[in-house]
Design a protein around this ligand. Structure first.
Ligand SMILES: Cc1ncc(COP(=O)(O)O)c(C=O)c1O
Length: 489
């Protein structure tokens, strides 16, 4: 490489961001011309005296933003069409250029233009504690293939549009039965709409219920995907703290709060802390919502996984006043690429959601809906959940024991005996980014919890997903983490 990249290991900006900024500036100032080949991540890491993971992270970010492109077998190159060149064109131009490149974004579009919106791609590591991913190797893929091909062969039309944007009726019935058995949700199948994962459910809820300037109360810390959807619609967010019993509901009645329209909660397994909202707080929340005319969004993303204690009934089942929209997903119990989830709606909102779903994408894929219906009605879903519950319980225990034995009193484990991840607080002087970098250097991927905070994060908190990792990997991962974090602590 014939130019110098200057990075400062003592600077507050993480190293991968520094490398990213330097490369980006070099590209924009044409020190690196379109089509120029970049050194391999290993070579640049050696040149700069940083880890390969650091350079990989910077390259991946530049790739995702369109500054770089890869050509299989040849390497990484500066992209021939640069995004900022297009964006920087002046407004007074020929009409065709205006339309193509300088068209003002809508408020929604503007809200998505923030670079920080992108979650950094994870470094390629040997042991990844990334959260939210089930044990893919335990999914009964052969059975799933049989179900799919059964419907491909059946002659039933899996290729056409349907008139029902709410989803395949037998699937909605199967889900209604399952939810009433497993989660004490009270609903008829005609209150259920099948959506493309709970993220689409959140997006539809936001579009239908939120106007620019409306206030939405969210858990602090809380799920970033939901916050992003609310913000993109122009909502103002009001954070409500959580403790070991979940959302501190009393803040809603005792603190001075704005006029809230919607409150988003994860009561079964608060994301990311893992706390379960206690029954008295559930009742308190419902009473407040009813009195204040606020709609509650109950996101029950991984409620199937409780180890030991009985689950507390869903808020939706306790509600007497139609003040809850319940969101569920098959991403955690089956696999995320399926992109199937569901909303349970108050009756009076059903037809509006059906129309919004039609406008968004008309319908979810029929073939997968047929296969999923059989998977549920033939008993495979609950069998699979039982198996995974026992598997994840074992993995969780291994993780907890390993954390205590390697970190001793330098670690605090937060949350209940539930879910597919746990949150830890590490007592260290290292910054969160330093820990993530050191871990990556040791071949271990972990995520800091600070992006999940709307306001200030206390720091030192990490989310460790364990569902996908077998016991030896969990133990080895924790051993390596302790080794790189506890030295020079
Ligand atoms: C709390 C929570 N809700 C919702 C989702 C979205 O899941 P999906 O859109 O895959 O159903 C996630 C994904 O990780 C999540 O963590």
């Amino acid at each position: 490489m014939d130019f110098v990249i200057s990075i400062d290991p003592k600077a507050a900006l993480p190293l991968h961001r520094q490398v990213y900024e330097e490369l980006r500036q070099a590209i924009l100032s044409r020190r690196l011309i379109p089509g120029a080949k970049l050194p391999s991540t290993r070579a640049l890491a050696q040149l700069l005296g940083v880890s390969r993971a650091t350079v990989t992270q910077s390259y991946e970010l530049l790739l995702s933003e369109g500054y770089l492109e890869t050509i299989v077998g040849s390497g990484t190159f500066v992209c021939r069409q640069l995004p900022d060149e297009l964006l920087n064109t002046t407004p007074i131009q020929a009409k065709s250029q205006l339309v193509n490149s300088s068209i003002p974004l809508s408020a929604y579009g503007e809200s998505l233009s923030d670079r920080a919106f992108l979650r950094l791609p994870e470094a390629d590591v040997e042991i990844s504690f990334s959260y939210g991913r089930p044990a893919f190797d335990k999914f009964p893929i052969d059975l799933w293939r049989q179900l799919l091909s059964r419907h491909c062969r059946s002659g039933r039309n899996v290729l056409d549009y349907t008139y029902n944007s709410m989803g395949y009726q037998p699937l909605r019935e199967a889900i209604a039965c399952y939810l009433s058995r497993a989660r004490a949700v009270k609903c008829d199948s005609d209150q259920i709409i099948i959506v493309g994962g709970s993220q689409q459910g959140l997006d539809l809820i936001t579009r239908i219920l939120i106007d620019r300037g409306d206030w939405v109360a969210v858990e602090e810390p809380g799920y970033l995907g939901a916050r992003r959807a609310f913000l993109a619609q122009g909502a103002s967010l009001f954070p409500i703290s959580v403790d070991q019993s979940g959302l501190i509901v009393s803040s809603l009645t005792t603190d001075v709060i704005p006029n809230i329209k919607l409150i988003y909660v994860t009561p079964s397994h608060q994301f990311p802390t893992g706390a379960t909202l206690s029954l008295p707080r559930r009742l308190e929340l419902l009473a407040w919502a009813q009195k204040s005319g606020v709609m509650i969004i109950e996101d029950d993303y991984d409620s199937e996984y409780r180890y030991g204690e009985r689950p507390i009934p869903a808020l939706q089942g306790l509600d007497q006043a139609n003040s809850v929209i319940y969101a569920g997903t098959f991403s955690k119990v089956l696999f995320p690429a399926l992109r199937l989830g569901y909303l349970v709606l108050p009756q009076n909102l059903v037809h509006i959601f059906a129309r919004a779903k039609w406008l968004a994408d008309r319908q979810c894929s029929l073939l997968e809906q047929y296969a999923l219906t059989d998977f549920i009605t033939e008993g495979h879903l609950e069998r699979h959940i039982r198996r995974m519950r026992s598997l994840y319980d074992g993995r969780r225990q291994t993780l907890v024991q390993s954390l205590f034995s390697y970190f001793g009193d330098k670690i605090e484990i937060l949350g209940e005996n539930a879910g597919m991840h746990l949150m830890v607080k590490i007592n260290t002087k290292l910054s969160d980014d330093e820990i993530v970098q050191r871990a990556a250097l040791a071949g271990v991927g972990i995520g800091a919890a600070y992006p999940q905070y709307l306001k200030h994060s206390p720091g030192g908190e990490f989310i460790l997903g364990y569902a996908e990792l077998n016991e030896p990997k969990i133990q080895e991962g924790v051993r390596r983490l302790a080794q790189v974090i506890l030295i020079q602590n």
